[in-house]
Design a protein around this ligand. Structure first.
Ligand code: ARG
Length: 468
């Protein structure tokens, strides 16, 4: 089929090559952005006296009709029409005639057109939508943290029991992690919110266009100062892929913990059946499938980032067809992360914590050893010596099958003369937790303060979402 750019061509690619280099199969996803961009461009052309107002009106009406058909799914894009830009233009030609439709591409190239579409997609559907979903997951995590704020569990370093912490304290870590992800996406939004439209193919245009007007119409905060940069920049895509990669990594850490917690070995939490599956052979199984799958999907999200970093690295200025490779990875990364966040939100809402199990786990394994060392240090024993004495006490306990708080005062004094009866209060599990009342510590008042701080962070995000 003859192409819209086919003036100088006498031969056309065969079907299999067409199928290889055409992008309509995936960039049809940019239909809305493409139409919006064309509407803004056509209106500006008329306002600047570059095309007649009547043609701009016909173009607008035609594009509105196409948009409506896109919305209700009745549009059919032709595989032979290369990409979304050519498809929309050809359909417009068919609907309003070549005389008006043929003027739409005045003072424009597909290079600034595709860049505009991608900026709109990244800004609205990648950054903003992901922020809204993360906000939902944070809300669910914070609610669980509040519900189980004073449940004691073992805290781990090196996956060895370290010191007891409150479950709320542990869950809030993920709220803060996701808050940093939101901050990164807001920052990415800012940089993506710049209009490349009007850059033309590379060097601008001889027509008296108004780039600020189209930028404003499309809600951009300004325009790229350099037309060559405008058509060759794909940093904003890579930034989005990086934000998503880090989110996927964070989700994966959380999923790993949930999988461990749900295992018989830990038994800390129960998950709703809705988010688990059974085994086709072993009738007793209940597997945390969603958490496993989200952990596994990290691979493709990281992959998309590395693919695009590699695509961009050796590409000379300005636009090159290589850039068409930015789309599938971006769409997949955005879909994967958004669906993961959405389903994990449901899983968190249905998660049940087992306080007796977590408490029991925190009661064994010398999680109060630091407190014994601190006890001595507060009685003028140098901390290094206190550490050594307590280490010996732990070794003694291991040999005799006891916990530190099961030792008699006599046994304790055999290791250091400074031990008195009040050491038992310092070893008590609840005290071990609630005496850690330093800022950001695990004592309940600190966790309650954190819950408030997290609530304030959530409100800030809600305000940002309302304003953007
Ligand atoms: N499908 C192309 C892409 O995604 C659109 C831009 C094509 N521009 C060009 N000069 N061939 O990058």
């Amino acid at each position: 089929m003859k192409k819209l750019w086919g003036g100088r061509f006498s031969e056309t690619a065969d079907e299999s090559l067409d199928n290889f280099w055409n992008s309509i199969a995936f960039d049809n996803r940019l239909a809305r952005q493409d139409i919006r961009g064309s509407m803004a461009h056509a209106a500006m052309l008329a306002k600047q006296g570059i095309i007649p107002q009547a043609d701009a009106d016909a173009i607008r009406a035609g594009l509105e009709g196409i948009l409506k058909d896109v919305e209700d799914g009745s549009i059919e894009f032709a595989l032979t029409d290369e990409d979304i830009h050519m498809n929309v233009e050809r359909i417009l030609h068919e609907r309003i005639g070549a005389s008006a439709a043929g003027k739409l591409h005045t003072a424009r190239s597909r290079n600034d057109q595709v860049a505009t579409d991608m900026h709109l997609f990244v800004r609205d559907e990648a950054c903003k939508e992901t922020i809204a979903l993360l906000h939902g997951l944070q809300t669910a995590l914070r609610e669980k943290a509040a519900e189980y704020a004073n449940v004691i569990m073992p805290g781990y370093t090196h996956l060895q029991r370290a010191q007891p912490v409150l479950f709320g304290h542990h869950l809030l870590v993920y709220v803060w992690m996701l808050q940093r992800d939101i901050g990164r996406l807001m920052d990415c939004y800012k940089r993506a919110n710049l209009s490349p439209l009007g850059a033309g193919a590379i060097a601008g245009t001889t027509f008296p266009i108004d780039r600020e007007a189209t930028a404003q119409e499309l809600g951009f905060s300004g325009i790229y100062p350099n037309s060559m940069d405008a058509v060759s920049d794909r940093d904003f895509v890579i930034e989005t892929l990086f934000c998503n990669a880090l989110i996927a990594g964070h989700l994966s850490r959380f999923c790993e913990e949930v999988i461990l917690w749900m295992s018989n070995e830990f038994g800390f939490v129960g998950l709703s059946d809705k988010y688990c599956t059974g085994s086709s052979m072993m009738p007793q199984k209940k597997n945390a499938d969603l958490a496993e799958l989200v952990r596994g999907k990290t691979g493709r999200v990281y992959g998309a980032l590395f693919a695009m970093l590699t695509v961009l690295k050796g590409v000379p200025l300005t636009y090159n067809k290589d850039f068409q490779e930015d789309k599938e990875g971006l769409f997949d990364s955005v879909d994967t992360v958004q669906k993961s966040v959405f389903h994990l939100t449901g899983m968190v809402k249905g998660m049940v914590v087992k306080p007796d199990v977590t408490r029991k786990a925190a009661s064994a394994g010398f999680l109060n050893a630091t407190d014994v060392a601190d006890y001595l240090a507060k009685r003028s024993v140098p901390f290094r010596e206190a550490h050594e004495v307590t280490g010996k006490l732990v070794a003694y306990c291991l040999k005799n099958g006891k916990e530190l708080d099961q030792l008699t005062l006599e046994e304790l004094r055999g290791f250091h003369a400074s031990f008195e009866n009040d050491v038992y209060a310092d070893m008590d599990l609840d005290n071990v937790v609630n005496r850690r009342n330093s800022a950001g510590g695990t004592a309940l008042p600190q966790v309650q303060k954190q819950l408030e701080q997290a609530g304030a962070a959530l409100s800030e995000t809600a305000a940002w979402l309302a304003a953007h």
